[in-house]
Design a binder for this molecule. Sequence first.
Ligand SMILES: Cc1ncc(COP(=O)(O)O)c(C=O)c1O
Length: 370
Amino acid sequence: MSHNIPFFNYPALFTNEEEELVRIFRDVGRRGAFILQQDLADFESELARYVGCRFAVGVNNATDGLHFALVAGGIKPGDEVIVCSHTMQATAAAVHAAGGIPVPVEVGPDRCIDPAAIEPAITPRTRAVMPTDLNGRTCDMDAIRDICQRRGLLLFEDAAQALGAKYEGKSAGTFGIAAAISFYPAKTLGCLGDGGAVITDDPEVHRVLLQLRSFGMDDSGECQRWALNSRLDNLQAAFLRHRLRAYDGVVARRRVIAARYHARLVTLPRVGLPPAPDADARWFDIYQNYEIEADLRDGLQAHLKAAGIGTLIQWRGRSIHGQLKLGFTQDLPRTDRFFARCLMLPLNMTITDADIDIVCDEIEAFYRGR
Ligand SMILES: Cc1ncc(COP(=O)(O)O)c(C=O)c1O
C-alpha cells in the first residue's frame, strides 16, 4: 500500500499559517522596513534572551555566521580547527573561509563529535575546536570544554541545527566564544528563505560581527576591515519573531515524535536509534532530525520509498573527510561505517502520530524474514 508521508512538507511552512505570514509581509512592506530595521533588532534581542546569551546578530545564513564567528573570535590563516566529520560542508567551509584548516575527526554514537577523537588530532597548529550540535543535540560539552581548557584551545559551536537544545540546562551555542544558528526553511525555527544568526556573550566579538555582516563598517560608516554584505532581511526577522513565540510548542511536539519513534523501534535489533528524549537528564534534545543507523540501509530506504515514505541520507551520504577533492586525507573508519548505515526518518510539524506508526510498521515489515 502506498502512503503519502513526505520527508518534509515545504509548502506547509507557508500554507499552515498563510494569513498571518501575509499580514506580517503587508505590515513590513507598508513600513518600507526592509534592511536593518526594528524587526531585526527586536528579533536579535528576543533570540539572545531565548538562548540566554548577551548578543545575537542576524546574518544571511549560518554558513556566513560560522565564518564571522571564527574571524571575530580570532582564527588566523593557517590555524587548524577540529570539526566532526559528520557535519554539513558549511562547518568546514567556514573554517576555510576564515583562512583556517578544517581537521575532521570521528563521530560518536550520539551522532555528535566523539570527544575522545579530539586530543589525538591536536597538532602545534591547532587553535580551536568547532563541534556541531547535530540533529538538535548539544555535544558532550563537559568533555569538550575540559579538553579546550587543558590544551589551550578556543571553542566555537556550529549550533545551526540546535536552537533551544540544552546540556545541563545551558543552551547549545553558548558554550564557546560564539556560535551560529540556521533559519533555513527546514530548520526547527525556519524562515521563508535563507537566514542565520551568530550568538555570543563577548562585547568585542559582537562589535566585530556587526562589522563583518555589513561591509566592515562601524556606526559612523568608517570601514574598520574588509567585509562583504550578509544581513538577515528585516522581513525574515519579522517572520522569525512571530515563529519564535510558538517555538517551545514546536520543540515539545518534536520530542513527542522522537519518543514515539523510540518506543516503536527500540525493539528492532537491526536498527540503531539516537538517544531518547528521556535517556539522560543532562541532555534536552530538540530533534532537528531523527537519524537512525540501519542494517541494509539502502534496501530499507527503497522499501520506504515504495511505500510512499520519504527519508533522507544526511549530506547525501558524504562525510567531510570523504570530500577528497578538497584535500582531506584523514582515515576515519567509524565515520565511514556510520555513513553506510545512516538514514533520517520524517520528523516535522506536519507528520501525525498515525503517520509515525505507519513508518514504524513499514520498517518492521522490511526486516521481517530478513
Ligand atoms: C550542521 C549545519 N551547519 C551549517 C549549516 C549551514 O546553515 P545555512 O544553510 O543557514 O548556511 C547547516 C544547514 O543548513 C547545518 O545543518
